[in-house]
Design a protein around this ligand. Structure first.
Ligand SMILES: [Cu+2]
Length: 455
């Protein structure tokens, strides 16, 4: 098994061949089609920079990869395969999903403004499918709405989509056939169109991921597809924390983060340490005079947002959905609130039968992040992940932006934890505490002008 570090090292030197893609294993049955590259490797696979043609800076799909292509005359050809896949959501949990080319979410398609693309879509699912190219300006018959734009692609058949990329930007692809099932099963991917002019909106690092939600009962493998609102796994590219790779950045880099939402609720994506601006949506680039500063970007359902910042602040900065249930894994949803409850009597009774019994949750639920509770097989604890200073108590849609000095341009390997310089980390006060440090009076107490009521 290649680990991420060796894979990345090889990938940069040896180009497309080293994408750790079982690429070829030459699918000879598609003799006249571009090869259907496939991978089940859930690590971030940094695509090689183009060596011919127009220069562009490839996107780095978090825990994902970019689909290889071939040029056929002037046409850039891709081959997507819709099929059942197994996705490792984090170490210790595998989900049986539907996806593309061995993975959910599917591989990122990257091309250049002005190019013509031809995308073969082979359907290995047990039912018909289609691919809608979300946000693209294209002929009506290429829009991928099953029954409206064209007949659904029957199981076992291959359809061809072909269109010009008339503008650059941040787009997605997903089925528009039996959508409730196919999206709940994980069928979605990113489609990035790079500007024809490399000097337009250049960045040093360009990250991309999709928000996807699943309802997989603890101890099981397959999502419940009829779910409307009560999902229990909240993912970046079908990965849950601590299975989501960090966003590794060199100090001074201009960084873009592109996020698309194909769940059934909005996600306020919050990044610590910086303020930033939305520079692109799935509708196009945002003019400089139309931008405003933010620290959380709400990603509406069925939409994409790309934001940018200058990475000047060193550190480990959390990036996460601000809905607190979305930074939890399964099992966090149906727990009774026990804060303040006196469980002494019931604990005593239970211990007569089960001496190890430990009451939890009476002072909050942080103890669940520290203890290894017994949980069903193929299930990740509700909150988990260890940082340099203890348990992080997170799950789901959570990762870390790691800004460091001296990271090489194409290096995305994890630099480890940030060491706070002396005097820049919160410390414990060990001196005397004032007697009345807190105010338990419900009445408003006015602080006298120029005074201090504690002093
Ligand atoms: Cu969320």
């Amino acid at each position: 098994m290649m680990n991420r570090r060796t894979m990345l090292g090889a990938g940069i030197g040896a180009g497309a061949a080293a994408l750790a893609v079982k690429a070829a294993q030459a699918e000879t049955r598609f003799r006249d089609l571009p090869e259907a590259a496939s991978t089940d490797n859930p690590n971030t696979q940094v695509p090689p920079r183009p060596t011919t043609g127009i220069e562009y800076n490839p996107v780095v799909t978090l825990n994902g990869w970019s689909l290889p292509y071939r040029m056929n005359g002037n046409i850039k050809e891709f081959h997507l395969v819709a099929e059942p896949v197994e996705r490792v959501m984090a170490d210790g949990m595998v989900a049986r999903l539907w996806g593309y080319n061995g993975q959910s979410t599917g591989p990122t398609i990257e091309a250049i403004e002005g190019e013509r693309v031809r995308i073969y879509v082979t359907n290995r699912l047990p039912e018909h499918t289609s691919v809608h190219w979300h946000g693209m300006i294209l002929p009506s018959g290429m829009d991928g709405v099953s029954g409206l734009s064209h007949p659904g692609i029957p199981s076992g058949k291959t359809f061809v989509y072909e269109f010009d990329l008339v503008k650059s930007g941040t787009f997605m692809y997903h089925p528009h056939a039996d959508e409730m099932v196919q999206m709940a099963m994980g069928m979605m991917g990113l489609f990035i169109v790079h500007p024809r002019d490399p000097a337009f909106m250049p960045v040093d690092r360009d990250f991309a991921f999709l928000l996807a939600a699943y309802d997989i009962d603890p101890g099981t493998y397959i999502p419940r597809v009829a779910e409307m609102t009560d999902f229990n796994l909240w993912t970046f590219n079908s990965r849950i924390f601590p299975g989501i790779d960090p966003l590794v950045v060199n100090r001074g880099d201009r960084v873009r983060v592109r996020v698309g939402n194909l769940t059934m609720t909005n996600h306020p994506v919050h990044m610590h340490g910086y303020d930033f601006e939305v520079t692109c949506t799935d509708g196009g680039w945002v003019r400089p005079e139309a931008r405003w500063p933010e620290v959380s970007i709400d990603i509406p359902v069925g939409a994409m947002r790309a934001y940018e910042f200058n990475a000047v602040h060193l550190g480990d900065w959390a990036i996460h959905c601000h809905k607190s249930h979305h930074t939890m894994n399964a099992m966090g949803h149906e727990l009774p609130t026990l804060i303040g409850a006196d469980k002494a009597r019931v604990t005593e009774m239970i211990r007569r039968h089960q001496p190890d019994y430990m009451p939890m949750g009476t002072a909050g639920m942080a103890d669940m992040g520290e203890m290894s509770m017994e949980i069903p097989e193929n299930t990740i604890p509700m909150m988990t992940g260890w940082g340099p200073h203890g348990p992080i108590e997170m799950g789901g849609m959570f990762s870390v932006v790691k800004v460091r000095e001296g990271i090489a341009p194409d290096d995305y390997s994890d630099p480890g934890w940030y060491e706070n310089p002396p005097g820049t980390q919160a410390w414990e006060w060990t001196g005397e505490l004032p007697e009345h440090a807190s105010n338990d009076s419900p009445e408003t107490i006015l602080t006298p002008r120029g005074g201090n009521r504690l002093g």
